[in-house]
Ligand binder design. Structure first.
Ligand SMILES: [Zn+2]
Ligand SMILES: [Zn+2]
Length: 151
């Protein structure tokens, strides 16, 4: 069954099928900026399982995700795909995650999605805020060394 999501104004709609390849919280400063929050919650989905349902730039609505690219700490370019109308970042792509799409968990439709899908680990734990540490109750806890995996 496909899991669906959308941006704040819902003009951009996405879905994925199957199990995500990876699901991690990320405490890097880029994820904070992108989410406007204290950390990012990201799932990495094979691009073949990912679909842009609405906002393809085809048809009556010319709406499609805008992009902004940046060189991450690891040296690879990472591109954010966001709604030009409401500003929500829905996903990110880049050579650090070949053949995959990183979906920002907050855009999923099911408000209980984050409770049903426990993250498998955390990235950039060195940047984790003290207030976030209290929420780290995940049984599986992989620590990635800063810089080995780009956000
Ligand atoms: Zn939008
Ligand atoms: Zn990050």
């Amino acid at each position: 069954m496909a899991q669906e999501g959308g941006c704040f104004c819902d003009k951009i709609r996405i879905s994925y099928t199957g199990e995500p390849g990876t699901h991690v919280l990320c405490h890097c400063l880029d994820c904070r900026k992108i989410s406007g929050s204290s950390y990012g919650n990201n799932i990495v989905v094979p691009e073949n399982n990912f679909k842009l349902l609405q906002g393809t730039g085809i048809g009556s609505s010319q709406c499609k995700p805008k992009t902004i690219s940046k060189t991450a700490d690891g040296g690879n370019e990472i591109t954010s795909h966001f709604c030009g109308d409401c500003g929500t970042t829905l996903m990110r792509t880049g050579p650090s995650f070949p053949g995959s799409v990183i979906i920002k968990v907050g855009v999923m439709d099911d408000p209980d999605w984050p409770n049903k899908n426990t993250p498998k680990g955390e990235l950039y734990v060195g940047s984790r805020l003290a207030i976030s540490a209290k929420q780290s109750i995940y049984p599986l806890f992989f620590v990635f060394v800063l810089g080995t995996l780009s956000p």
